[in-house]
Design a protein around this ligand. Sequence first.
Ligand code: GLU
Ligand code: MG
Length: 456
Amino acid sequence: MPGGRVEWRARGVMIGEAVVHRLPLIMVVTSDLAGQVRGKGFPVTECDERLGKGVGYTFTNHMINCWGQIPTTPWGPLGDLVLMPDATTAVEVDFGDGSVAEHFMLGDLFHMDGAPWDCCLRHYLRCALHELESETGLQLVAAFEHEFHDGGLVERGADSYSLDKVRRAGDFPGAVLHALEAAGAEPETFLPEFGRSQFEFTVRPAPAMVAADRAIIAREMVRAAARRLDRDVSFSPQVDPAGPGNGVHIHMSFRDRDGRPVSHDASQPSGLAARMGSFVAGILKRLPALVAVTAPSAASYQRLKPHSWSSAYNNLGWRDREAAIRICPGPETPGADVASAFNVEFRAGDAAASPWLQLGILVRAGLEGIREGLPTPEPVSSDPDAMSDDERRRHGVERLPTSLDEALDRLERAPDAGTLLPGELLEAYIMHKRGELQTVAGLAPEEVCRRYRDVY
Ligand code: GLU
Ligand code: MG
């Protein structure tokens, strides 16, 4: 179990004429099946003790859906777990405005006897990475890119990528960058994205577990900055049926055990080294099923449509922003370190998913591809949507499911579903998502978007 020490500062804060003394509340949180961040808290004075013994949690908490309902659960009211804080993930961010600082740590879920719980998504990712590394010697490096909407922004008609859109956002971009930096998320860029009121930020790549932790923390930092500045942000994959979606794009590359980049092979037409090619092939082969996990809301399928710069087919693309996996450009200047910069970008994901689960299932599917020795897929250079069925078959490309319901059917029927989501996780996940779908069944697309917009 993780442990360690964290130093937190107590504060007295001026509010008007009064000083309000506060004993900081530390939250320990998990990212759950709904992709929500939930947990329990304790006063700072309890920190050392809680780092050793965690806080109590229960199985059915994982079945709380994104609207706070529990339509179905395999566990009922039974069972106890421990949510154990990992001190290495501690976040303490003060916005300097007198508001309560952000204090939280990510945690792992254990049974009472100290055994990890199958449905702890951090454990799930850790196991997948461990299997990848122990079988292949490959260490995954990743970076999550996030798009989101700032509903409070009043902009001109055509503010895509414009300087004025950033100006109109006032203190907000700077507050986000401050929070990301202070939380150790290493912000790299912030940009006024194409969609109305849409922004994007990127953070530096990191070893895969750190990258997924960082994605969870980064979303919370955007929400934290938004709260301080009275903004109305949403990471929901589609905030209205008409506009562009909010994607989560996951960049991936491999290092060997000595830290050398091993994803690139200059002798290959696509540049993918053989094992990276098999990893990509493993993901694309299973994508029609595993998209139920990477794009896990009813609104996600309003985003995954042709010609929306998201992805609608299970294709590999060379610098193609409509491919499910894009081979990203690296520097081409003389002497540039092409091998280090080389990476692929998974684009069929969104922020309704827990980053631990999302990256974990990509690793599991990719590792299956390596085990099977799959050849590197041929990058598709033309629009798969414009191809005939025969052409698509020749390219080995198929349309992704067009609804969460269909994606869940594909996942349930997948011969290796139990390898992708081992133990109790498959049953719990399918049950959770089927229950979520009942809530939005029969609603108009606008209303589906509105419901998810409120909670992501
Ligand atoms: N908004 C697009 C998506 O839903 C991505 C646009 C881009 O290439 O940045 O994934
Ligand atoms: Mg973007």
